[in-house]
Design a protein around this ligand. Sequence first.
Ligand code: UDX
Length: 447
Amino acid sequence: MNITIFGSGYVGLVQAAIFADVGHRVVCMDIDAERVDRLRAGEVPFFEPGLAGLLKNGLDNQLLSFTTDAKAAIQASEFLFICVGTPSRPDGGADLTYVMDVASSIARYMTSRKVVVTKSTVPVGTTDKVLAHIKQALHDQGRDIPIEAASNPEFLKEGSAVADCQSPDRIIIGTRSPKVLEDMRRMYQPFNRNHEKIMAMDPLSSEMTKLTANAMLATKISFMNEMANIAEVVGADIESVRRGIGSDPRIGYQFIYPGCGYGGSCFPKDVRALKFLAGEHGHRAEILTAVHDTNQRQKNKLAERVMTRLGFDLTGKTIAVWGLSFKPNTDDMREAPSRYVLEGIWSCGGKVRAYDPQAAEACRAIYGERDDLVITEHKEEALEGADALVICTEWKAFWSPDFEQVKSLLSNPLIFDGRNLYNPAHMEELGIEYYGIGRGRSLNAAA
Ligand code: UDX
């Protein structure tokens, strides 16, 4: 089938590569000419395991192409997927400018029947709005061309985006058109082989499913962070509690890891957007407000701990930071907890020596060159002469370091672990002062 995908970010590019991999002919349209040039040369603009190989194959067998020409991209295919960004506005609502720009281009350039598919995470009602916008524009131009729509949200996780997309848990198709449903069933057939994964519903429910899934997962995390904070003050160990509750299949082991808060391009934005959407319809979403506020507090926790332990004046002090990306296997620092650590330390006059296996470039792009930031090539280098180590991301490389070396490199054997990687009893044996999240040791009591 011929498919055009607007937006070559995580969602668009991964979906395009996956579709081309199973034989669909895919045109990717992006307004960023530099990005398009890089993609044509086979260069993935971000770190995502497995994607470069798929991109290369798609280019080699000419099933995947990239363009900045909206007219050509629209005329190339019957199915037009919208995978552009929907950033947060200052009021928390989703900014639909890019989505509606694509809708306007479609109306301007389409000359035959089209099916427009929203894959970006959008407020409930957006697919209908896009369809109405295109119909109105066609009507205003006096052109009568059939146009239909579907919502088809994406559930991929950064770092495992290719695998998630190739083996989805479910394929949600939200459309009022039986023909669109039938055609999209065919399109997704290669991904629907072992058991039935396609769930057909109306577009509003489809859009709401995506937002609800992200809100539920974010709620689990904020809930566990709240429990971790309680565990800390009452002297319980949240890691034991986590295993204890996860064994109940109604709760499950996934997404109950406490830590230094959730980040990334989805959870923070989508929780805010759903809360805003509810408010627009006159509903105060109090759980979502608590989920968001708890997360904001949690992201500040590591920096606060450093200050409580080492003082609010960090002049002359250096803090080592392991992990800059918002989670492992990505170079993405959007809304990353590490940013709160870096900025917190700087605001107190401290210096940072940071290491991340992938996000050094992303960090430089955000903060530029500064005297109080050294990004090192190796994790050990970051520790040299530092007054403490703060762990923000659970990259595998941090799970089992040579602790004697860590101790000898740090000027002070002090670790603040935002991901609960180590065993507090082991740390005590080694003579390392160690603070996890919710591990029964309140910093106030120890300080
Ligand atoms: C998320 C959803 O999982 C995905 O389905 C959706 O399509 C997009 O948003 P992503 O943002 O890539 O994916 O990452 P995810 O693995 O879900 O992690 C999000 C954040 O939650 C990370 O900062 C992670 O560290 C944090 N997290 C996750 C926890 O703090 N505890 C957990 O138990 C799980």
